[in-house]
Design a protein around this ligand. Sequence first.
Ligand code: SF4
Length: 459
Amino acid sequence: MREVVVERGPDGWRAPFRRLLAEGLPPEDVRVTDARAQTTLLSLGEGERVSPRAGAKAPRRFFTIARRVACHADADRYDLLYRVAWRLTHGAPTLLEDRVDPDVAALRALDSAVRRDAHEATAFVRFRKLDDGTFAAWHGAEHHVMRLVGPFFADRFSDMRWVIITPHESVAFDGSHLRYGEGSGRREAGVPDADAMDETWRAYYASIFNPARVNPRAMRAEMPLKHWRTLPEAALIPELVRTAGARATEMQTASAPDTREAADAADSLEALADGVRRCAACALCRAATQAVPGVGASGGVMLVGEQPGDEEDLEGQPFVGPAGAVLDAALRDAGVPRAALRLTNTVKHFRFTRRGKRRLHQRPTLEHVRACRPWLLREIELANPRVVVAMGLTPTRALLGQTVKLAAVRGRVLESDLGPSLLPTWHPAAVLRASDPLERRRIERELRDALARAHAMAS
Ligand code: SF4
């Protein structure tokens, strides 16, 4: 068994893994830990040698995910990463598309936890001023995310000297360089519990608090209780929630939101995206993290999905989650560059139900689709695509403005009152849902063909 020690952080595993793969050392002969968990250096033991496939490389997406997974606190994360890297380079180059594979499922679960932890760090770190002018914060991160979020804070607080301490590690900024060090518990960190800035935080929070969007369960999920002790504004929450109902009714009677008016007023795609981000016209905005406006090129092909998923909701970008990965594969097979497309959704906020820590997709209701449709129609006017690909039942019905069965129109080019031709096809998530391999391949093929056809029509 070869025991390998890598440097902790998003990139410490890369060079050692490259060496191990080049040597052809299979995962069952390797145990990887990080520098803080063990003090011995790279040791050279004997293992069964298997030659890697000549020229085999892990896909770029693996590196993106692996950087985050390497920051998870799970002691076995490097072994999992090496196993996946090995399989990707030894006969399974599309492994990441196989979401039922246990290694891929585990990888995605760790990735998702780190993304959430990093997101919480950027949202919930609160600095307190020390006597020497340095700003310090203690934050209860669960994973080693400071190397992921350090550059974000350096950019945002570039004119301050600051330090963030977490249980696992710390990061300090002196105005020009980031330095990483050991972490500590909250008490040992010595960060004051309060300072003069707290009142400013509370005033700011009270001013942005939208009573029409209050959902205490969702708030606790999005702002987990474990962070409340370091958030000065958390003290306000019980009272704001208690009075939210009355204030929301007041707001609604004063001005009922009208998406059609707001959408029609947008004179550019940027203005439209701003309007979507501010929209509170239906209940979906209460639980979602943020709205996800459309992105991409104008004038060619516009792909319209149903709604953002869990990862899109966290990142604020369409098609970056599992369905996005399926879409990317279909685009690759169809020879269509993603950058040539516009990507958007029928409904711009994520609808979900909670199951433990997981947020499970729920199809938007007719009421949500109706409320959000003006944003989509205006986006089509402003982006002026030649072909709109409606991916799934929800966009097909929303764009045709009538109740049809997807099977009756899928794969057909339809004329619509909207201007561009309309081509209904599968939503990429249908590939993920298909349990029968034959059915899955059929959906993949039809999706790919629809994308290639739309691209050819718009060229
Ligand atoms: S889903 Fe659409 S209509 Fe509803 S709040 Fe979001 S942007 Fe507005």
